[in-house]
Design a protein around this ligand. Structure first.
Ligand SMILES: Nc1ncnc2c1ncn2[C@@H]1O[C@H](COP(=O)(O)OP(=O)(O)OP(=O)(O)O)[C@@H](O)[C@H]1O
Ligand code: SF4
Ligand SMILES: [Mg+2]
Length: 337
């Protein structure tokens, strides 16, 4: 149980209709989790596991071909007594999605800054749009000063000069900093950063992630960081959520994952695989291993080194094995018993 969550989701299902198909397929299956207020949570899992679509669906910014078909989620700005439903009882979205984001409770940093920045407008104009959402009643001069303050806060050199530039005139790292400034300009309480360092140099990656962590801590913002990078997870996550093929397999405080007795076998595999990639012992990318679809039993059974009979017949229950640590695995539950 997470005390004082800022976001709570219960049994969320998301289905998408792939291009050319008529029937939707489930890409998020019964996700339940809580995000503690002011915390830094990392969501990990190989490519296609549903990390992006889960968070985007809850924030209401997923594509037209996908939809939440079940579950509930609440944003709790001032505790449970002020819970606001962001999904309806049947999973319907409650308010116009982008309007909700722009109203300031949530911000989203996209994988590629191009998704967030308009190529035809200056960086300053775009950050100013965000500032106006939070500070509509202030004078133009005050808004302008705040815009420059945000460009400075994300450590862009010469904020006045950068404000006059268009996104294509920035390096990748600078563009991502500008995109972070547009996300933070609305002064959200809750920020999702979705692989914000993809395509950047190693040195810049670390700077961007550390910048995000520092900004959130300074401002008391809650951060959900979607990442493949276990070094990042190890350094900054307080909680970790592990997803595999649309399901949450593990969720708990970071200290339960490193070194991690009682980890889910998939989490252990992910960590080993990432370490092998870093040390040049493996040639495959994230998500390169494909397992056939299963309708019964554990979805990880094709790759798991610890399979027991129950794994093939029954879906493992989602059980708390330790204080605030949930694992969905028959074997981990037995060891813990
Ligand atoms: N708009 C869409 N139309 C069709 N399928 C989609 C759409 N968005 C996501 N999907 C599918 O949903 C599944 C989950 O995708 P998602 O992008 O959430 O994965 P992810 O864990 O974020 O992966 P990555 O690490 O590569 O970003 C994938 O199988 C993907 O192909
Ligand atoms: S339930 Fe069984 S197959 Fe699934 S991860 Fe646990 S041990 Fe492996
Ligand atoms: Mg993604």
């Amino acid at each position: 149980m997470v005390s004082d969550p800022i976001l709570r989701a219960e049994d969320v299902w998301v289905r998408v209709t792939p291009r050319g198909a008529t029937e939707p397929v489930a890409v998020v299956r019964g996700a339940s989790f809580s995000i503690p207020r002011g915390s830094q949570t990392c969501v990990v899992g190989e490519s296609g596991s549903g990390k992006t679509i889960l968070m985007r669906s809850i924030l209401g910014i997923s594509s037209a071909r996908s939809g939440v078909t079940g579950g509930q989620a609440w944003f709790q700005p001032g505790g449970a007594s002020q819970a606001r439903a962001v999904l309806g009882p049947s999973g319907r979205r409650r308010r116009r999605p982008l309007a909700r984001l722009r109203k300031g409770w949530a911000g989203y940093v996209f994988q590629h800054p191009q998704e967030a920045l308009d190529p035809f407008r200056t960086v300053g104009a775009q950050v100013l749009d965000s500032v106006r959402v939070a500070r509509g009643g202030e004078s133009r001069e005050a808004q302008q000063a705040k815009m420059l303050e945000w460009l400075d806060a994300v450590r862009l050199p010469d904020p006045r000069g950068v404000a006059r530039l268009h996104p294509h005139e920035l390096s990748g790292g600078m563009a991502q900093r500008a995109a972070i400034a547009t996300a933070l300009g609305t002064e959200p309480e809750f920020l999702v950063a979705d692989e914000p360092t993809t395509g950047l140099d190693w040195s810049v990656r670390r700077e961007i992630v550390e910048l995000l962590g520092a900004l959130c801590r300074e401002r008391g913002m809650t951060l959900v960081l979607i990442s493949h990078d276990f070094q990042v997870v190890e350094r900054m996550a307080e909680r970790v959520i592990v997803m595999y093929r649309g399901e949450l397999l593990e969720d708990g405080p970071r200290k339960r994952f490193f070194p991690g007795p009682g980890r889910h076998p998939y989490t252990a595999e992910l960590q080993t695989r990432v370490r092998d990639l870093e040390e040049g012992r493996a040639g495959t990318g994230q998500g390169a291993i494909v397992a056939p679809e299963r309708t019964e039993g554990c979805r990880f059974v094709h790759r798991c080194p610890q399979v027991v009979h129950a794994c093939k017949t029954g879906m493992p229950p989602d059980v708390v094995v330790n204080n605030g640590h949930r694992v969905r695995c028959h074997v981990v539950h037995r060891k813990d018993a």
